[in-house]
Design a protein around this ligand. Structure first.
Ligand code: ADP
Ligand code: MG
Length: 257
């Protein structure tokens, strides 16, 4: 009987790894000799919400600003769909990064109607723009306000328009910096849920910054817990909440009731 020792090894089946929509590697930034963002690495997958969660002053907004391209990093790289968009020598300008922004104080243009606010970042034929505006205002339940002005809307309604405006150009990535913190407690849960629904339907990858554990637990697929400029833990919300890495994390999460 012949032995089959010469037979080549079967090729191993490669399970294709999904490419992160957004990846940052070792992003680092100091102000006046103080490390504010210290080798922060994370990935955001398409269709997912990753929460950058941590106490005030830990470096969350600085991280987001570097991703948006309005702040330069001292070291580290940013990738979108696996392509390098920024390191310390090469830099895709902010307007070409396909990133949508939503900040607490990222106000609507007061002199533009709701419809024109949503259409602001759109290019192309008027009919197409109009269709996109209508689609988004439908999604956030505000179509009837298309000709109103921001001052005629409540805070929650303005925030929904801001969401529609940010999503209008179909960003690959949405960066949201404490977008709900200016809102009434009673409104907040509803708006969080609605926002999540719209974001999922639009298939953006979302990086949401918050200092509220409750918001992260409610909205995130993945939590990156940040403290003093560093990511101290990362994982599914349930795991991060149930297996805190140290006493400081326990104390931080004890806010949730
Ligand atoms: P967070 O969003 O987590 O509250 P920030 O990223 O806004 O934190 O700020 C982190 C630290 O960096 C803070 O101590 C803040 O004072 C400091 N910082 C942020 N931006 C600047 C800047 N442009 N110049 C100097 N210090 C800054
Ligand atoms: Mg901040």
């Amino acid at each position: 009987m012949k032995h089959d020792t010469a037979r080549p090894e079967p090729e191993r089946t490669q399970v294709p790894q999904p490419v992160p929509r957004l990846e940052i590697r070792d992003l680092t930034r100091a102000f006046g000799g103080q490390l504010v963002v210290d080798h922060v690495s994370l990935k955001v997958m398409p269709g997912q919400v990753t929460c950058l969660l941590g106490p005030s002053g830990c470096g969350k907004s600085t991280t987001l600003r570097m991703i948006a391209g309005v702040e330069m990093q001292d070291a580290g790289q940013i990738f979108v769909d696996g392509n390098l968009i920024c390191d310390t020598v090469f830099r895709v300008p902010p307007e070409r990064r396909h990133i949508g922004l939503m900040f607490q104080d990222f106000a609507l243009f007061p002199h533009l109607s709701v419809g024109d606010n949503v259409a602001f970042g759109l290019t192309g034929p008027a009919e197409k723009k109009q269709a996109r505006v209508t689609e988004l205002l439908d999604k956030v339940g505000l179509r009837r306000f298309v000709d109103e002005y921001p001052y005629q809307l409540s805070g929650g309604e303005q925030q929904r328009v801001a969401l529609a405006r940010a999503l209008a150009p179909r960003p690959r990535i949405m960066l949201m910096d404490e977008p709900f913190s200016g809102l009434d407690n009673r409104l907040r849960d509803d708006i969080r849920d609605e926002t999540l629904e719209v974001l999922k339907a639009e298939d953006a990858a979302v990086l949401l910054v918050t200092h509220e554990p409750e918001e992260a637990m409610r909205m995130a697929d993945e939590i990156a817990l940040m403290r003093n400029g560093r990511i101290v833990q990362q994982g599914a919300p349930y795991n991060v909440y149930n297996a805190p890495v140290d006493r400081q994390s326990v104390a931080f999460f004890s806010d949730i009731n």
